[in-house]
Design a protein around this ligand. Structure first.
Ligand SMILES: [Zn+2]
Length: 729
C-alpha cells in the first residue's frame, strides 16, 4: 500500500497526491458535492484549498475565525473520502448544533456524550461498525472509556476532526486537560488501516499555540491555513474610562435599540451582577421610546439551569443584553449581535478577538468597545502575582523539602514565608515537579528542573497581558493590529477605515477635539525637527522640543497620534537591548505628506480628548456632547473649541517647580516619620525634582517617572497626585 505523502505546506497545499485520491480531490467533483450535498454554488474564500488538502489526506491545521465557514472544511472532505468522520468536540452544545444541521441535510449522524442515554451510545457504536455513519461526534473524555478506542479501530475512519483545537494547548486560553491527552490516542486510531488525516480546527491560535497543537497531536507535516481574520463589519473602539463610569456609559450606549442585542464582558462575577442590575434599571429615555433594556448576568457562579435559561432567552431574542464573564458564548450562534462591550481589560488578545467576533455575524455593521484604565492593569498584576508567586518563594520551599516525607506544618515552620505564601509556592512547585505531595504520607523533594518551566509559564502569562496593554496604547488600526497578531502578516497592511484610530470622527465614545494654537505650533516644530533625519525616538523628540518637561508624555503622545491620523508621520515600535534588558522606544518618521504640509493643514488635526460627555465624560472643562456618531468633522471641531486644561497648561517658572518640590518634601518628611522608614525609601530627591517638573495627573503618568514603580503608585499615588493638582489651581 502506498504511504500517504505528507509535506509541510504553508498556505498553499501541494497538488501532488496519491492516485487513488485524485478522483476525489478533482476540483469539479468537489464542486458537485458542494452543490448536491450542501446546496452551495461556490466555495467561500480559502475553503477550496483546505478541502483539497484534506481530501488528499494531508494533516492540517486550520485557523479560521468563527463564521468563515470552517465546518465545511471537514464536512465536505469527510463525505468525499468515504467512511465515518470522527469529530471530537469539547462542548455538548457545539456538538448538538452541528449534528442537528448535518442530520437536517439528510446525512447519517450520531453523537456520544454524557448528556445522552447509554442505549443511544450503544446504537451509535453498532451503526459505526456497520459502516452506516457519515459523522460520529464524541467528547474528548470518551476516548478514556476502556474499549472505546479499540472499537473505533474496527471501523473505517474518513478523517479525524478536532474542533476548538486551541483547548489542547496549555498556552491556549481555554486549556482543557481532557483535550491534552488526545495525542495519546490518535496514532492508534489513524494507523488502523484507514490512514485518516487529522484536521485540527480553531478560531484562535497564535503562532505558539499553533506549534503546540501540532506537537501535542503528533501531526505530521501538516498544512497550515491561517486565514480570514479581518472582519470588515466590526468597528473597534478602545476607550480609557474609569471603572465607576463604565456602568452609566454602557447603559447609554445600549439605550439605542439599534445597538442591541449586545454582549457585555465583565471581568468578575460581581461586576457582571452589578452591570446587569444597572442596565435593567436604566430607562432608555425619552429620545428612544419603547421598552427598557432587558439584561441578565451570566457567569460560572450561577447554576446550570439558570445559565441555560439566559442563553436560550438571548438566542431567542427575548433578552437584549447578556453581561457575562468569559464563561459565556462558546456555543452561541446568534447572527445579529450589534454590540460587544468589554467592561475591563481582557487577559489575552485571543480571548478579546474571539469575544468581539461574536458581533455582526450577519455581516451588518457592528461596534465593539474596549473600556480600560490604569485600575485594570493593577487588577491583572494582582492576579498574576497571586497566580505566579515570586520564584524566590518556590526556591525557599524547595530548600526546606528533602527526601524524608514531612508534613506541611513542619515545613511551614522551617520556611521563611507566611503560611499563605508557603501554600501558594508549594502548589506551584508541585505542578512544576519540584515537590511531591502524597496525602497521608507527606511532602518530599522533586526534581530540580522546575525553575525553567515555571519561569517560562509565568513569563508567557505576563507577556500575553503586555500585548493587550500594547494594543490599547498603539495608534495602529485596531483591526490591522489584530490580524497581524494572529499571524496573517500579508493581510495586516490595510487599515480598516472604521475603528477609532482610522476614523476618529466616527467614534461613539471617544471624543476628539481640534488642536489648539499652541499644539499647532508644536506640530510645526515636530515637523521641522524631523526634516532631514531618518527618524527620531519619541522621547528624544519630546525632550528636544520641551526641555523644561512641562508637557506630560501622554499629552505629547496624543499629538503624535493625531499626526499619524493626519498622515504626517509614521510611528514604529522598536526595541534594543542594554545590559541584558530590553528597552522599547518609538521611532517617529516624517512622511512625504507631512514634509509637504504647512500652516493651515495642521488645523485639521483631531486630538483624542477623553470621552463624550453623554457617556459620563465630565472632566474639568465644559464640553458639548456629540449629537450622533455620524456627525461630521466640522461638528467635532466646534465641539472641541474649548481647550483642555491639561494641554493648554501655562508655562511654569522654575520657582513654581521648586515650590512644588518643597511641598512634596514636606509630605515625604511626615510620611517617613509615620512609616518609620528613611526618607529616601519613600522618594528620592531626584525623583521629587522630576515629579515637580512633570506634574503627573494620572497614575499612569506617575508610573512613567523614574523611581516610581507600581508599589509606590499603590501606596503614595493618590497623595502625590493630590499635591501636584493642588499646585496647579
Ligand atoms: Zn482601523
Amino acid at each position: 500500500m502506498l504511504r500517504r505523502r505528507r509535506r509541510f505546506v504553508l498556505d498553499r497545499p501541494s497538488k501532488n497526491c496519491d492516485p487513488v485520491l485524485t478522483i476525489h480531490s478533482n476540483s469539479s467533483a468537489l464542486g458537485d458535492l458542494l452543490k448536491s450535498v450542501f446546496g452551495f454554488d461556490g466555495f467561500r474564500a480559502n475553503q477550496r484549498e483546505v478541502c483539497e488538502a484534506a481530501v488528499a489526506g494531508h494533516d492540517l491545521l486550520l485557523v479560521m475565525p468563527t463564521g468563515a465557514g470552517k465546518s465545511l472544511c471537514y464536512q465536505l472532505p469527510a463525505i468525499a473520502r468515504g467512511g465515518t468522520a470522527l469529530v471530537i468536540s469539547p462542548l455538548i452544545a457545539l456538538m448538538e448544533d452541528q449534528a442537528a444541521k448535518l442530520t437536517g441535510m439528510g446525512l447519517r449522524v450520531a453523537r456520544i456524550h454524557s448528556g445522552l442515554e447509554r442505549s443511544v451510545a450503544r446504537q451509535a457504536c453498532v451503526d459505526y461498525l456497520q459502516g452506516s455513519l457519515q459523522f460520529l461526534f464524541i467528547a474528548p473524555e470518551r476516548l478514556r472509556v476502556s474499549g472505546f478506542p479499540e472499537m473505533l479501530r474496527k471501523g473505517k475512519l474518513a478523517l479525524i476532526a478536532i474542533d476548538e483545537a486551541h483547548c489542547i494547548s496549555q498556552w491556549g486560553h481555554d486549556f482543557r486537560p481532557d483535550y491534552r491527552m488526545l495525542g495519546q490516542y490518535l496514532p492508534a486510531l489513524r494507523d488502523a488501516g484507514s490512514e485518516a488525516p487529522v484536521l485540527a480546527m480553531t478560531a484562535t491560535a497564535t503562532p505558539s499555540v499553533q506549534a503546540d497543537i501540532v506537537a501535542q497531536l503528533g501531526m505530521i507535516e501538516p498544512a497550515l491555513f491561517i486565514h480570514g481574520f479581518r472582519r470588515d463589519n466590526l468597528a473597534i473602539e478602545v476607550v480609557e474610562l474609569a471603572t465607576p463610569q463604565r456602568g452609566a456609559a454602557i447603559a447609554r450606549l445600549l439605550a439605542k435599540p439599534e445597538r442591541r442585542p449586545a454582549i457585555v464582558y465583565a471581568t468578575s462575577r460581581k461586576q457582571a451582577e452589578v452591570l446587569a442590575g444597572e442596565l435593567s434599571q436604566s430607562q432608555p429615555g425619552n429620545v428612544h421610546r419603547g421598552r427598557g433594556i432587558s439584561a441578565a448576568p451570566y457567569h460560572a457562579g450561577l447554576d446550570a439551569e439558570k445559565r441555560d435559561r439566559v442563553q436560550t432567552a438571548f438566542q431567542a431574542g427575548s433578552l437584549d443584553v447578556v453581561v457575562a464573564t468569559i464563561a459565556f458564548g462558546m456555543g452561541i450562534d446568534k447572527a445579529d449581535i450589534r454590540t460587544v462591550i468589554h467592561a475591563g481589560l481582557p487577559a489575552t488578545l485571543e480571548g478579546f478577538y474571539q469575544e468581539i467576533g461574536r458581533a455582526g455575524r450577519d455581516g451588518a455593521m457592528s461596534r465593539t468597545f474596549l473600556m480600560h484604565s490604569y485600575a485594570d492593569q493593577r487588577t491583572h498584576d494582582f492576579f498574576l502575582n497571586r497566580d505566579y508567586p515570586p520564584i524566590e518563594h518556590l526556591s525557599e520551599v524547595f530548600r526546606v523539602v528533602d527526601d524524608q516525607p514531612r508534613d506541611v506544618e513542619e515545613l511551614r515552620e522551617r520556611a521563611k514565608l507566611s503560611d499563605e505564601e508557603f501554600d501558594r509556592a508549594l502548589e506551584k512547585l508541585e505542578i512544576h515537579g519540584g515537590a511531591r505531595v502524597d496525602f497521608g504520607v507527606g511532602i518530599t523533594r522533586g526534581g530540580p528542573d522546575w525553575k525553567k518551566t515555571y519561569r517560562v509559564q509565568a513569563q508567557y502569562r505576563a507577556d500575553q497581558f503586555a500585548k493587550v496593554l500594547r494594543f490599547t496604547e498603539q495608534n495602529e488600526c485596531r483591526m490591522s493590529a489584530l490580524v497581524r497578531h494572529f499571524g496573517d502578516v500579508e493581510d495586516a497592511g490595510r487599515p480598516c477605515g472604521v475603528c477609532d484610530v482610522c476614523d476618529p470622527a466616527g467614534a461613539v465614545l471617544r471624543l476628539f477635539r481640534r488642536a489648539s494654537l499652541a499644539e499647532m505650533a508644536l506640530v510645526e516644530k515636530i515637523v521641522e525637527e524631523l526634516r532631514g533625519v531618518e527618524y527620531k525616538a519619541s522621547g528624544t523628540l519630546q525632550r528636544s522640543l520641551d526641555a523644561v518637561g512641562r508637557m506630560s508624555r501622554d499629552d505629547f503622545e496624543k499629538i503624535l497620534n493625531a499626526m499619524v491620523q493626519a498622515g504626517m508621520v509614521e510611528i514604529e515600535n522598536a526595541e534594543f537591548e542594554k545590559d541584558g534588558q530590553v528597552l522599547r522606544f518609538r521611532k517617529v518618521r516624517l512622511t512625504k505628506r507631512g514634509a509637504a504640509m504647512r500652516g493651515m493643514a495642521v488645523e485639521a488635526l483631531l486630538i483624542g480628548d477623553g470621552i463624550v460627555e453623554e457617556f459620563g465624560g465630565s472632566g474639568g472643562s465644559p464640553r458639548r456632547s456629540r449629537k450622533s456618531n455620524s456627525a461630521g468633522r466640522d461638528e467635532q471641531v466646534s465641539a472641541g473649541g474649548v481647550k483642555r486644561q491639561a494641554t493648554a497648561r501655562p508655562i511654569r517658572s522654575s520657582a513654581e517647580c521648586e515650590a512644588l518640590a518643597a511641598r512634596i518634601k514636606d509630605w515625604r518628611g511626615e510620611e517617613s516619620k509615620r512609616l518609620r522608614m528613611p526618607a529616601y525609601m519613600v522618594l528620592h530627591d531626584r525623583t521629587i525634582t522630576v515629579l515637580a517638573q512633570a506634574r503627573p495627573k494620572t497614575p499612569r503618568e506617575l508610573l512613567e517617572i523614574d523611581g516610581i514603580g507600581p508599589m509606590k503608585v499603590e501606596r503614595f499615588g493618590q497623595e502625590l497626585l493630590r499635591i501636584c493638582a493642588e499646585e496647579q489651581t
